[in-house]
Design a protein around this ligand. Structure first.
Ligand SMILES: NC(=O)c1ccc[n+]([C@@H]2O[C@H](COP(=O)([O-])OP(=O)(O)OC[C@H]3O[C@@H](n4cnc5c(N)ncnc54)[C@H](O)[C@@H]3O)[C@@H](O)[C@H]2O)c1
Length: 467
């Protein structure tokens, strides 16, 4: 079976490489010619752990092009994986999708072909894609083309494991198309492929659940899943705020909550809140869809506002101790919205840097992988780049831990803090667990650091902080 993937970003690239690894002939199509040329040369445009190794293993089955005429006519399955970023009113921008679907339509060749929506699209988009094909395909015959919704649930940073060993596969559509999708995904459904050495099958994992449903319900599943995860994080953050008021420890509280199997421990980490290209966008999209139908969604609105408050809170914690930020040097550790990715979309660090600059601080930022991408995508920000976490801390008055990279977790904080001018730490990801033996003010989210020798942190006047 021939597969074409339209849009070779975080989702499309992973899908293309995974399907090629499973043995299909796969063509990755992107209108970004530079990206395609890089892929032909074996250069990945994104950072995703393990993807380079899988690309090498699957490369005999992979082809890359920027021309629709080279990729659409021969394809049995055409996966649409283009971006659907948010518009200012919260609705997703469907311009990329529309342009991709129109281009696909022009090159359909009259044989049975399945158009698979993997992009996260508003409810009803599957039907709209079908109509767009009808309008623009020269050789259109309803019995030959079918649209299936197959939402993607991968998480950046663990995309390969999520794709090869998913919890569930959702197929929305009808008739022969979902049947052929089942055949395409048979190796995943049966789990009869040889697991790549660097992405082993998790112990105890058997096979994914298969959810076959309508186009509309599949689209709804994707949005509702993301919005639920977003509100779970916001719930933890809201409880963290109250923990700070009453002197409880959010770690212990969420551990205690999560042991109830109905709740579970995942997505209950209090911190700087969610970021990335999906949670905010998809939650806003669901709220906007509700608005289109005159249906209010107060729980989701609250999840969004708690997330925004969380970002402001981080700067407020800094201000509490430094008071004036003008003329202060602040290190920001981590720029990507989460560890193990270079994705900067809606990253809390962006808002921190923007706000710090607005308040007159000098920002020195460091991220293990996302700095090259930030040079092109964060042109609106003014900050200095550091070559290491240690270099970022040198001479700084304060540090914000914005992303929970393993490198920051395992750092010797007592040693690292010694190079700072003043030692105010806002650990917005609650990663510092070791006892602090040097004088410092440490702010975490929803808890007082139990080993800090200077608790409560607010007890130290700003001018007495530091060595
Ligand atoms: N990133 C994630 O973690 C994730 C997870 C699940 C679902 N999704 C959804 O998947 C979709 C894609 O997300 P992404 O993060 O991969 O986006 P992305 O921006 O990384 O990639 C999109 C790619 O599509 C290409 N493109 C855009 N218009 C095109 C066109 N008309 N023809 C050919 N190529 C075109 C772009 O050049 C880009 O390479 C979105 O709807 C997103 O919500 C993303």
């Amino acid at each position: 079976m021939n597969v074409t993937i339209v849009g070779t970003g975080y989702v499309g690239l992973g899908t293309a490489i995974m399907l090629a690894y499973l043995g299909y002939q796969v063509t990755g199509l992107d209108y970004d010619e530079e990206k395609i040329q890089g892929l032909r040369d074996g250069i990945l445009p994104i950072y995703e752990p393990g993807l380079a190794e899988l690309l090498t293993a699957a490369s005999p089955n992979l082809h890359w092009t920027s021309r629709y005429e080279d990729a659409i006519p021969q394809a049995d399955f055409i996966f649409v994986c283009v971006g659907t970023p948010p518009l200012p009113d919260g609705h997703p921008n469907l311009a990329y999708l529309e342009s991709a679907v129109r281009s696909i339509a022009q090159h359909l060749d009259g044989k049975p072909q399945i158009i698979v929506n993997k992009s996260t699209v508003p409810i009803g988009t599957g039907d709209w894609v079908m109509r767009t094909l009808e309008e623009h395909a020269a050789l259109y015959a309803t019995s030959h083309y079918e649209v299936v919704s197959n939402p993607e649930f991968l998480r950046e940073g663990t995309a390969l494991g999520d794709s090869l060993y998913p919890d569930r596969i959702v197929l929305g559509g009808s008739g022969w198309a979902t049947e052929r999708m089942r055949a395409l995904y048979a190796p995943l459904i049966e789990q009869n492929f040889e697991a790549p050495a660097h992405v082993p099958r998790p112990r105890g994992y058997e096979r994914p659940a298969l959810v076959e449903t309508t186009l509309t319900s599949a689209e709804m599943i994707k949005y509702s899943a993301n919005a639920f995860l977003a509100l779970k994080i916001s719930y933890a953050n809201e409880i963290a705020g109250l923990c700070e008021c009453v002197g409880a420890d959010i770690h212990e509280v969420t551990a205690g909550i999560g042991l109830d199997h109905r709740i579970g421990t995942r997505f209950l980490a209090a911190g700087a809140g969610w970021g990335g290209s999906c949670f905010g966008k998809d939650t806003s999209a669901l709220i906007s869809t509700g608005q289109d139908y005159g249906y209010n969604m107060p729980i989701l609105r609250a999840a969004m506002s708690v997330n925004a408050r969380q970002r402001s809170l981080v700067i407020e914690k800094l201000q509490k101790h430094l008071r004036l930020l003008k003329g202060k040097r602040v290190a920001v550790l981590g720029m990507a919205f989460k560890p193990d990715t270079d994705d900067l979309r809606d990253a809390p660090a962006h808002d921190f840097i923007a706000r710090l600059c607005q308040l007159g601080a000098t920002v020195v930022a460091y991220d293990p992988v996302a700095m090259p991408r930030a040079r092109t995508e964060w042109g609106d920000l003014h900050y200095l780049e550091a070559t290491s976490a240690h270099a970022a801390l040198e001479g700084a008055d304060a540090v914000i831990v914005a992303t929970e990279w393993a490198e920051f977790r395992s750092m010797n904080w007592n040693e690292a803090l010694c190079v700072m001018r003043n030692r105010v730490i806002v650990d917005a990801r609650n990663i510092i667990r070791e006892p602090l033996t040097v004088p410092a003010i440490l702010e975490q989210i929803g808890r007082d650091h139990p080993h800090s020798s200077f608790l409560p942190a607010s007890a130290l006047p700003a001018d007495k902080v530091g060595a």
